[in-house]
Design a protein around this ligand. Structure first.
Ligand code: PEP
Length: 252
């Protein structure tokens, strides 16, 4: 039985005082930890703060990106071991906001997935089609291409060290979440693709849905058989709403 997982992607938002309120409210929120896990991904400067508030609690924290390199002349980048040093358990890899601006490619996401796992981090690997690709009916082709780039780099069993997230680009930050049925179909398709390669892994790997998850649609989405939780952007900026989403995951 896969545990549910809810990940806050706070993107480039927050400040010391606001983060404190958010993280403390999350700790105080009556989330059920018996069958669900919770993660907060904050901008890199605030990892220290996340660590100091969340350390020793059941809530994990992580980065939103990282370099594939350990050190060197990579101005503005952060290495896997730097994230580990600040207690990160997770790191987001291949978010569409980075793919779209040309920072991330299929090749670089595969390489960074591998670098993350080598450092002991759990990558949260994002895949998803644009609106044009959705309208063209090629969601499956796009997501499989993105997933295969990682499998090519680390082999199918390497996926076991991470988490997958299907995030249709047209649903991110738009308020128009995919229907639970659409998300379920895509996740079932992705799980089926993995199953052909490794049936046990397919049953165990967590695949999240992301894209306008809110308090009022979380429970329906998370109740679908292949949706193991959510990657939550905008709604993670509203403390009450994010706590409700976490509670919905804990109830299922
Ligand atoms: C995201 O940025 O990963 C995301 C899912 O954003 P939102 O929840 O705002 O759509």
């Amino acid at each position: 039985m896969r545990r549910k997982l809810v990940v806050a992607n706070r993107k480039m938002n927050g400040n010391l005082s606001g983060n404190k309120v958010f993280l403390e409210a999350l700790l105080a929120g009556t989330c059920d930890y018996s069958n669900a896990d919770y993660v907060v991904c904050v901008p890199h400067p605030y990892l220290f703060q996340a660590e100091s508030i969340l350390k020793g609690s059941p809530i994990a924290w992580g980065g939103q990106n990282m370099s594939r390199y350990e050190s060197g002349a990579y101005t503005g980048s952060v290495s896997p071991s730097m994230l580990v040093e600040f207690g990160c358990e997770y790191v987001i890899i291949g978010h569409s906001e980075r793919r779209q601006r040309g920072h991330d490619t299929d090749l670089s996401t595969g390489e960074r997935f591998e670098a993350a796992t080598k450092a002991g981090l759990k990558p949260i690997f994002c895949m998803g089609e644009t609106l044009a690709e959705y309208e063209e009916g090629i969601t499956d082709i796009v997501t499989i291409r993105q997933l295969n780039a990682v499998i090519h780099e680390i082999g199918v069993q390497g996926l076991a060290k991470g988490v997958l997230a299907y995030e249709p680009v047209w649903a991110i930050g738009t308020g128009k979440a995919a229907s639970p049925e659409h998300a379920q179909n895509v996740l079932s398709f992705l799980r089926g693709h993995i199953e052909v390669l490794d049936a046990e892994l397919a049953q165990n790997i967590r695949i999240l849905y992301g894209g306008s998850v809110k308090a009022d649609n979380a429970e329906k989405l998370f109740s679908m058989p292949d949706i193991d939780g959510g990657l939550v952007g905008g709604a993670s900026l509203n403390t009450e709403e994010f706590v409700s989403i976490c509670q919905a995951a804990g109830r299922i």
